[in-house]
Write a protein that binds this ligand. Structure first.
Ligand SMILES: Cc1cc2nc3c(=O)[nH]c(=O)nc-3n(C[C@H](O)[C@H](O)[C@H](O)COP(=O)(O)OP(=O)(O)OC[C@H]3O[C@@H](n4cnc5c(N)ncnc54)[C@H](O)[C@@H]3O)c2cc1C
Length: 226
């Protein structure tokens, strides 16, 4: 898996604080963006995060390039409706030079399981290639491709959605592959806006686990703002 932060809103914390401060200021956003002292930016952000004035977080966004993940991951990922996605197409890209796949550790760790997995993948790919060679359009031949098929996707999320996504998908309850990706996204975003992302991640970082009986029982240390 490769996750890269392609770009983000410049000075995201100032952009968000500016949007919030505008609600109560006699001057415009352009002036606030330029003149607001750093301490003020910090205190406004603190108010936003504690008061839940989260619409202001929508003024900064992050774009990630993700390669080498499975279709099983992206199927879960695209359930996040407030995010924007573009994904490598299995209609327009033909996998005639072989299909890269993601193999879970639970399978790779055991030679017998691995053999079952490899045999099934090889059979699916061989059948896919046969159909392509017989003139079946890639959009139909791809019905044979497995969930393990590697894919590439570009993701844009505003900060409100990104925090929500990280809360659900950094949690130990999330499936391992999307959790791995979420942790990588957080590690890339955090240095760009350390105050905003200070307690980002699974809910147990900020308070109690909401998972009830399904809790992993292994909470992170709590992070407290201020
Ligand atoms: C551990 C885990 C297990 C899961 N298991 C399953 C499963 O078994 N089956 C399954 O189908 N899914 C499953 N999901 C997916 C889950 O149900 C959500 O579809 C997914 O996590 C996206 O969450 P969301 O809707 O909060 O996020 P987003 O779509 O990113 O939306 C963000 C927020 O915007 C608001 N919002 C967005 N759209 C609407 C709307 N139409 N109306 C009102 N408010 C809206 C909501 O407040 C929402 O929380 C699982 C997710 C996790 C994390």
């Amino acid at each position: 898996m490769h996750v890269e932060l392609l770009y983000h809103t410049p000075d995201p914390e100032r952009a968000i604080a500016t949007a919030a401060r505008l609600c109560y200021a006699p001057v415009g956003a352009a002036e606030l963006m330029e003149t607001m002292p750093e301490e003020r930016v910090r205190s406004v952000l603190s108010t936003i995060m504690s008061s839940g004035h989260f619409s202001t977080l929508e003024h900064a966004s992050y774009t990630f390039a993700v390669d080498g993940v499975s279709r099983a991951l992206t199927h879960q990922l695209v359930r996040h409706r407030i995010a924007s996605f573009n994904q490598q197409s299995q209609r327009y890209v033909k996998f005639t030079d072989g299909l890269a796949t993601v193999k879970p550790d639970s399978i790779a760790a055991d030679p017998q399981r691995e053999a079952v997995f490899d045999e099934a993948i090889d059979a699916a790919i061989a059948a896919y290639e046969k159909l392509l060679a017989a003139g079946v359009p890639a959009e139909d031949a791809r019905y044979l491709l497995p969930n393990a098929a590697e894919t590439k996707i570009v993701i844009t999320m505003n900060v409100r959605e990104l925090l929500h996504f990280l809360s659900l998908r950094c949690c130990n309850r999330a499936q391992w592959e999307i959790r791995d990706m979420a942790h990588r996204m957080l590690a890339l975003a955090k240095p760009t806006a350390p105050f905003i992302f200070m307690d980002a991640g699974a809910p147990c970082i900020r308070g109690n686990c909401p998972e009830g009986k399904m809790t992993c029982g292994n909470p992170y240390p709590r992070v407290k703002r201020d």
